[in-house]
Design a protein around this ligand. Sequence first.
Ligand code: PHE
Ligand code: ZN
Length: 849
Amino acid sequence: MKDASPQALYLADYTPPAWLVDRVELTFRLHPSATRVVSRIAFRPNPETANRRFFLHGEDLTLISAAIDGTPVTPDITPEGLVCDVPDSPFTWEAEVEIAPEGNTALEGLYMSNGMYCTQCEAEGFRKITYYPDRPDVMAPFRVRIESDLPVLLSNGNPVGQGEGWAEWDDPWPKPAYLFALVAGELVATSDTFTTCEGRKVELNIWVRPADQGKADYALDSLIRSMRWDEEFYGRAYDLDVFNIVAVDDFNMGAMENKGLNIFNSRYVLASPETATDRDYENIERIIAHEYFHNWTGNRITCRDWFQLCLKEGLTVFRDQQFAGDARSHAVKRIEDVITLRARQFREDNGPLAHPVRPESYTEINNFYTATVYEKGAELIGMLRRLVGPEGYDKALTLYFDRHDGQAATIEDWLKVFEDATGRDLSQFSRWYSQAGTPRLKVTDDFKDGTYTLNVEQQTPPTPGQPEKAPQVIPLAVGLLSPNGDEVVPTTVLEVTEAAQSFRFDGLGARPIPSLLRGFSAPVILERDTNAEERAFLLAHDTDPFNKWEAGRALARDVLVAMVTQGAAPAPAYLDALAAMVRDEALDPAFRALALGLPGEDQLAEDLHARGITPDPLAIHTARERLKSAVATHLCPLWVPLYDQMTCPGPYSPGAADAGRRALRLAALAHMARLDQGTKARAHFAQANNMTDELGALSILIEIGAGEEELDRFAKRWGKDRLVMDKWFALQTSLAAPDRAVSRTSSLTEHPDFHWKNPNRFRAVIGGFTMNAAGFHDPSGAGYDLVADWLIRLDAVNPQTAARMSTAFETWTRYDADRQARMRAALERIAGRDGLSRDMGEMVGRLLA
Ligand code: PHE
Ligand code: ZN
């Protein structure tokens, strides 16, 4: 395993920093190919350690000069940094380095995007800007001077001065270097002010390129709502006089929470009804909130080391999920979150890349910004909250902010706060942070003399490096329904702590129907032998909206599995249950739209594999298409009335109510298209006055093998809008018919607008193709080769984004021998390349281990 390689780092090896920093002063003289960075850093010995070795990280820097307390020094330079003889007492380090932002295609450190300068320092990018102890447990206040002719010059903190060609910023809050940021460019702001509950008047600016002016209103509105929400629900107020957000087109991730200067991938800022879908609006709201919430959970309290990444990410995702649930619908939000959790995190947790929420070793930390750290990390917070109750949670959070403000903390600190605030012993709970893998929960039941018994067994399969797992504490929320549909036992949280355990409910008149794992109360796989009648009953009667949806999803899955494995016809019980649900006007349209969705092809492959059946991606695709058509036919009379009913009068609003109606209307349209060859969808496309309808209709047409003309029209209309064109590319590669996906994708890589060094465009084309399960897994292996070729090419310019996309191969062991051999060969071809990045080297090493 690659983990045993010399460069791997281990959590167990943590040592405190030898030197602490009291203050940082930086001056930037910006130049595309020769930027000078002058640093002046006050160091002092760390009283907590006797180690005095003076090491500063630094990569791809040209050192011009260095001095200690004004006396020039000549440090020893290595590829990773420098060491230098220093006094045994506090001193001032001064250095000047030169860097070339223009040639920085990795988009880490200081780089350029469309003529503007920007930075990305998390996790370890600051070392590409200047020599520094680039680790999160070294925190200091920063003062920054920027010299450039560009009109807008920004850095962290508050502005303290500006003049012709320069600006100065001061950030009084001690921060680790990964939160440093600088932006310089020709930018325009959408602005407002916000007065905090502490009476601080804060200037808010969202900076975009002039051509994008007018598209930041929703981001700004989301920011204001986030600030208010964090005050109301967590008692957290903002702590600077200005909050700046900048949208950049070239960005490896979604966004970054730099103190007072968030930097965003422009796709998560820019929106107008004509160019952004409801999903885009929802993502903007969520990510704006996420980065803002980091100001307390991430910045004021940061991580001691990168093994603790989930301390800030799991908690901040949990907070953004709470916020979005409050802003929209909790039920719908929970269902959407679980769909993503299963699609991304369960997939990761059940393959060669499985790792604990707090990993114990890594080679390249960029490879650990994963669904496990983020989404499973958030599930752990949700479970904690369930176990200690909302009041216990609030008490613990208050203590966390009081006790650790200004510190770089650990998961042990986090759990201790909960133990101290609530008196609960969390030693067993802590296994959730150290054990990888998705626990299986097997549930059987008995009923005798009015007593109902649930027998629960838990078991977590082996994962890389972890053959054996100990039982974890699993909050299992259950409710019991009587055969007439009444709820006889409302939601109760059972605490499963043993490998096998029973829970009794007395005094019941008849055998109840159990509603298990309500609200998806734990990130586990529920295994229960049941039948279609019970699922249909829960779909009709469950009071828990998540489980109502889940029952329908399980029915659909069983139907699809039977279609794939036995060539069965779609079960009428499912179709009838679906019809009843679609007709139920008491249900939220957004919920009904979700209930009409089928499990994805990759999800079905995973389900089949879990049942010991080797998945055939093409058979899955075909069955799923057949089921969609069967649903269309069986529910035929419902679609047109539903389509006519779900209009949204009035101007476009991205809010949950209208978005839900549009989603249900498009779901109806998708089924209609299977009956009228797309006639109505074509009209819908032509009349659309917002991107949700336009793109929705276009994808419906592509799915039924039509839409070529509309694709051309779309490209003519939107050719100049890069974010809209990302959608145009992604739609084609992700939805192309299985036998055409490879050729379609290859020809799109020849398109003049395939700017593959732009991560959004690369993700749209190549990433979109990897989502096309039947196309990617083409039996010829051509899909694997296409992706491998492009990963190799991208790795040479942008290792982070390339390595991330290698997860397309993480399911390779599920498939038949022939596909396995082809995927393995593609991975070995990547692994064998000279000059492979550390990022990609670690990923393919783990994939092949
Ligand atoms: N910390 C960022 C977030 O979750 C993610 C990120 C990581 C962005 C690394 C850039 C680089 O909000
Ligand atoms: Zn985050």
